[in-house]
Design a protein around this ligand. Structure first.
Ligand code: HEM
Length: 147
Protein backbone atom coordinates (compact mmCIF):
# COMPACT_ATOMS: atom_id res chain seq x y z
CA UNK A 1 0.00 0.00 0.00
CA UNK A 2 1.33 3.45 -0.85
CA UNK A 3 1.16 6.41 1.49
CA UNK A 4 -1.44 9.05 0.54
CA UNK A 5 -0.16 12.12 -1.23
CA UNK A 6 -0.27 15.05 1.16
CA UNK A 7 -0.40 18.67 0.13
CA UNK A 8 2.42 20.84 1.45
CA UNK A 9 1.20 23.09 4.30
CA UNK A 10 0.41 26.62 3.22
CA UNK A 11 3.12 28.98 4.32
CA UNK A 12 1.92 32.57 4.74
CA UNK A 13 3.89 34.60 2.19
CA UNK A 14 5.73 37.81 2.98
CA UNK A 15 7.50 38.58 6.23
CA UNK A 16 10.07 36.16 7.58
CA UNK A 17 9.54 35.51 11.26
CA UNK A 18 12.49 34.01 13.06
CA UNK A 19 11.46 30.49 14.18
CA UNK A 20 7.88 31.70 14.75
CA UNK A 21 6.28 28.41 13.67
CA UNK A 22 8.57 26.43 15.97
CA UNK A 23 7.55 28.57 18.95
CA UNK A 24 3.89 28.29 17.93
CA UNK A 25 4.33 24.47 18.01
CA UNK A 26 6.02 24.64 21.45
CA UNK A 27 3.30 26.97 22.78
CA UNK A 28 0.52 24.57 21.74
CA UNK A 29 2.27 21.62 23.45
CA UNK A 30 2.73 23.56 26.70
CA UNK A 31 -0.63 25.35 26.81
CA UNK A 32 -2.62 22.19 25.91
CA UNK A 33 -1.81 20.11 29.04
CA UNK A 34 -1.92 23.26 31.21
CA UNK A 35 -5.42 24.06 29.94
CA UNK A 36 -6.48 20.50 30.67
CA UNK A 37 -5.52 20.93 34.35
CA UNK A 38 -7.04 24.43 34.59
CA UNK A 39 -10.36 23.45 32.98
CA UNK A 40 -10.83 20.07 34.71
CA UNK A 41 -10.21 21.76 38.09
CA UNK A 42 -12.59 24.61 37.10
CA UNK A 43 -15.33 22.10 36.23
CA UNK A 44 -14.66 20.01 39.35
CA UNK A 45 -14.83 22.96 41.76
CA UNK A 46 -17.96 24.41 40.13
CA UNK A 47 -19.89 21.21 39.49
CA UNK A 48 -18.70 18.48 41.86
CA UNK A 49 -18.15 20.29 45.18
CA UNK A 50 -20.86 21.67 47.51
CA UNK A 51 -24.29 21.84 45.84
CA UNK A 52 -22.89 21.36 42.35
CA UNK A 53 -24.61 23.26 39.54
CA UNK A 54 -27.33 24.52 41.97
CA UNK A 55 -24.78 26.59 43.88
CA UNK A 56 -23.85 28.72 40.87
CA UNK A 57 -25.29 32.19 41.31
CA UNK A 58 -24.04 35.73 41.83
CA UNK A 59 -22.98 35.02 45.44
CA UNK A 60 -20.96 31.98 44.33
CA UNK A 61 -19.05 34.00 41.76
CA UNK A 62 -18.58 36.88 44.27
CA UNK A 63 -17.27 34.36 46.82
CA UNK A 64 -14.79 32.85 44.39
CA UNK A 65 -13.56 36.18 43.09
CA UNK A 66 -12.99 37.46 46.64
CA UNK A 67 -9.87 35.29 46.43
CA UNK A 68 -6.96 36.43 44.25
CA UNK A 69 -6.20 32.75 43.54
CA UNK A 70 -9.44 32.27 41.55
CA UNK A 71 -9.06 35.64 39.82
CA UNK A 72 -5.60 34.67 38.63
CA UNK A 73 -6.82 31.12 37.82
CA UNK A 74 -9.65 32.44 35.64
CA UNK A 75 -7.43 35.05 34.01
CA UNK A 76 -4.76 32.48 33.05
CA UNK A 77 -7.51 30.13 31.82
CA UNK A 78 -9.06 32.92 29.74
CA UNK A 79 -5.79 34.08 28.14
CA UNK A 80 -4.41 30.58 27.50
CA UNK A 81 -7.72 29.23 26.12
CA UNK A 82 -8.05 32.20 23.77
CA UNK A 83 -4.42 32.08 22.57
CA UNK A 84 -4.54 28.28 22.14
CA UNK A 85 -7.80 28.59 20.18
CA UNK A 86 -6.44 31.55 18.19
CA UNK A 87 -3.31 29.68 17.17
CA UNK A 88 -5.24 26.52 16.26
CA UNK A 89 -7.64 28.51 14.07
CA UNK A 90 -4.71 30.43 12.51
CA UNK A 91 -3.21 27.12 11.36
CA UNK A 92 -6.57 25.89 10.05
CA UNK A 93 -6.91 29.10 8.04
CA UNK A 94 -3.37 28.63 6.67
CA UNK A 95 -4.26 25.09 5.60
CA UNK A 96 -7.67 25.72 4.06
CA UNK A 97 -7.88 29.36 2.89
CA UNK A 98 -5.73 29.20 -0.24
CA UNK A 99 -6.31 32.72 -1.58
CA UNK A 100 -4.00 35.29 0.05
CA UNK A 101 -6.77 37.91 0.30
CA UNK A 102 -9.22 35.58 2.00
CA UNK A 103 -6.51 34.38 4.38
CA UNK A 104 -5.74 37.97 5.36
CA UNK A 105 -9.41 38.77 6.03
CA UNK A 106 -9.94 35.60 8.11
CA UNK A 107 -6.74 36.20 10.11
CA UNK A 108 -7.82 39.78 10.79
CA UNK A 109 -11.31 38.71 11.96
CA UNK A 110 -9.78 36.01 14.15
CA UNK A 111 -7.31 38.50 15.67
CA UNK A 112 -10.06 41.03 16.39
CA UNK A 113 -12.34 38.39 18.00
CA UNK A 114 -9.45 37.13 20.14
CA UNK A 115 -8.46 40.60 21.38
CA UNK A 116 -12.08 41.64 22.08
CA UNK A 117 -12.80 38.50 24.11
CA UNK A 118 -9.55 38.73 26.11
CA UNK A 119 -10.17 42.43 26.87
CA UNK A 120 -13.85 41.95 27.86
CA UNK A 121 -13.10 38.80 29.93
CA UNK A 122 -10.22 40.52 31.70
CA UNK A 123 -12.40 43.55 32.49
CA UNK A 124 -15.02 41.24 34.04
CA UNK A 125 -12.42 39.50 36.22
CA UNK A 126 -10.36 42.51 37.32
CA UNK A 127 -13.09 45.16 37.72
CA UNK A 128 -15.65 42.83 39.37
CA UNK A 129 -17.15 44.46 42.48
CA UNK A 130 -20.05 42.59 44.16
CA UNK A 131 -21.17 45.80 45.91
CA UNK A 132 -21.70 47.83 42.73
CA UNK A 133 -25.23 47.29 41.47
CA UNK A 134 -27.93 49.35 39.82
CA UNK A 135 -30.66 47.53 41.80
CA UNK A 136 -29.99 47.90 45.59
CA UNK A 137 -32.21 44.87 46.37
CA UNK A 138 -29.75 42.65 44.52
CA UNK A 139 -26.67 43.87 46.40
CA UNK A 140 -25.47 41.25 48.94
CA UNK A 141 -25.99 41.95 52.68
CA UNK A 142 -22.30 42.20 53.53
CA UNK A 143 -22.03 45.29 51.28
CA UNK A 144 -24.42 47.18 53.62
CA UNK A 145 -22.01 46.54 56.52
CA UNK A 146 -19.18 48.01 54.45
CA UNK A 147 -21.13 51.17 53.57
C1 HEM B 1 -20.68 23.26 32.70
C2 HEM B 1 -19.50 23.83 32.57
C3 HEM B 1 -19.09 25.13 33.18
C4 HEM B 1 -19.66 25.84 34.22
C5 HEM B 1 -20.91 25.51 35.04
C6 HEM B 1 -18.85 27.03 34.40
C7 HEM B 1 -19.11 28.03 35.33
C8 HEM B 1 -18.37 29.17 35.48
C9 HEM B 1 -18.58 30.17 36.50
C10 HEM B 1 -19.65 30.12 37.60
C11 HEM B 1 -17.65 31.16 36.33
C12 HEM B 1 -17.43 32.40 37.18
C13 HEM B 1 -16.42 32.24 38.33
C14 HEM B 1 -15.71 30.94 38.46
O1 HEM B 1 -16.35 29.95 38.86
O2 HEM B 1 -14.51 30.86 38.16
C15 HEM B 1 -16.85 30.79 35.16
C16 HEM B 1 -15.82 31.54 34.65
C17 HEM B 1 -15.01 31.14 33.59
N1 HEM B 1 -15.06 29.95 32.92
FE1 HEM B 1 -16.40 28.46 33.23
N2 HEM B 1 -17.82 27.02 33.49
C18 HEM B 1 -17.93 25.87 32.72
C19 HEM B 1 -17.08 25.45 31.68
C20 HEM B 1 -15.96 26.15 31.24
C21 HEM B 1 -15.05 25.70 30.18
C22 HEM B 1 -15.17 24.36 29.41
C23 HEM B 1 -14.12 26.67 30.02
C24 HEM B 1 -12.93 26.78 29.08
C25 HEM B 1 -12.86 26.26 27.89
C26 HEM B 1 -14.45 27.74 30.96
C27 HEM B 1 -13.76 28.91 31.07
C28 HEM B 1 -14.07 29.94 31.95
C29 HEM B 1 -13.34 31.20 32.01
C30 HEM B 1 -12.17 31.62 31.11
C31 HEM B 1 -13.94 31.96 33.04
C32 HEM B 1 -13.58 33.39 33.43
C33 HEM B 1 -14.58 34.29 32.70
C34 HEM B 1 -14.21 35.75 32.59
O3 HEM B 1 -13.26 36.07 31.90
O4 HEM B 1 -14.94 36.57 33.11
N3 HEM B 1 -15.56 27.39 31.68
N4 HEM B 1 -17.30 29.59 34.67
Amino acid sequence: MTAPRLKEPQIPSGRTRHNAEKWSWVFMRISGPLLLVLIVTHLFVNLMTGDGINQIDFAFVAGKWASPLWKIWDFVMLVLAMLHGFNGMRLLINDYAHRAGLRKVLHALLGIATVVIIVLGSLVIWTFDPCLGTDPSLVPDFCKDLA
